[in-house]
Design a protein around this ligand. Sequence first.
Ligand code: HEC
Length: 407
Amino acid sequence: MLHRYVVGEKRLASHRVAALSAGLGIALLVAAGACADDSANGLLSRGGPGGVGSEDRGPADGGPGVNNSGPPAEELLFRAVEGDLEQQCGKKCHTDGTYKPLPPTFLAGPDAYKSVKAQPGAIVADYYQSVLLQKGPHAGPAISVDPTFEAKVIAWLKMEAAVIQAMKRPTTDSTSLVLGPNDLDLSKACVGGLTGVHLTFDAALTGGVLSLTKLMIAAPAGTDVHVYKPSFIRVLSKRDSANRKEISDSAESFSNTDQTVPGGAITVLSPGSAFFTAAGWVPFDFASDKVRIEFAKLEPGKVPVLEKPKICKDVAGFTAKVLPSMKGGGGISPDCASCHGAGLAGLSLNNANQSLVCTQILQNLNETDLGKSLLVTKVTAGPHTGGLVNNAANWANLFIANKSVFF
Ligand code: HEC
């Protein structure tokens, strides 16, 4: 990881020189037709999950790249370089993916533009971080193989980046981190009147790589919180050699995060930990660097409430007023317990646990129209293997009159 970073920064410093010298060596590889080391997720410096940042940031029909008639400007710039991309990177490598091992098919048809937008890390807010530029020479050529080609790719990626940047996403302020436990108030990034959401984690530095573990998110009492795709941004104390003040997490560590935290609860912020190994993040410096966290959404949510199983209101009342008549008392026959005493058709009328018995009855009652309950119609209208009750009206009334025992 560190190695890749160094390579990336070196390219940055002596961009053109590197571009030209790399180009010569690579031409041979291209001629040999190789694209071997591009395993399917080899584009990312870190095997990030499948989520794609651009698809929910770059609007299909809005933003500064909008062109009133026809495709947006950023797409036109892609179309202008599409042929070259296919020529340099496509075919059996990144278009058809028939090469072994399988390279990412970010130029796959029917629409290469759709494919490249879906490729994690290809279209990002900081164009220089695009994996297309960061990849460098591999079994295939670096984009810098041809300066004219490279300039076209950069022009396109810059426009894509501008579109993403124009979509202001809710964010926290830039905050310093400390080694060990941290507690960030996320209120600034909240929308919809939400406040008081806290993010806690332990921060550490290993080989210059910032790691956050024990990531927990706490919702304020009384409000469920929906958190969707947070992304960390490194904020530098001064601009770097590429004139950048901020560096996004091109590995998109939280691209799969979509969860709702119950009000007052503290839960793990999925995936629970993150290691910021993306280009431009290493070495992280606690003394001078800050981070801010953007959210696709940090809003009031609703935790789905599982319907509680219904239980009887008044079990003692059931035992006293209803059960005896079901067991042949009060002139009613047949005695239901003679067949349904121990579990037949889900009824255990002889069970000592009266609460359980009452609940079984309750499940066969129709609260809004007790007369239409299965427990009534089964033995008043049938068909019922155990036969019909001797007095249909009395039987229905046993439940209607004692409704408060159940509901
Ligand atoms: C002679 C045995 C016998 C007696 C007595 C008897 N039943 Fe049944 N009951 C059955 C059998 C067998 C079934 C299952 C087959 C069927 O649905 O007819 C059944 C099914 C039921 C079901 C359907 C349950 C379901 O989930 O579909 C209900 C309700 C029911 N009985 C209520 C009663 C009530 C109330 C009484 C007393 C008034 C009673 N039974 C008396 C034998 C009996």
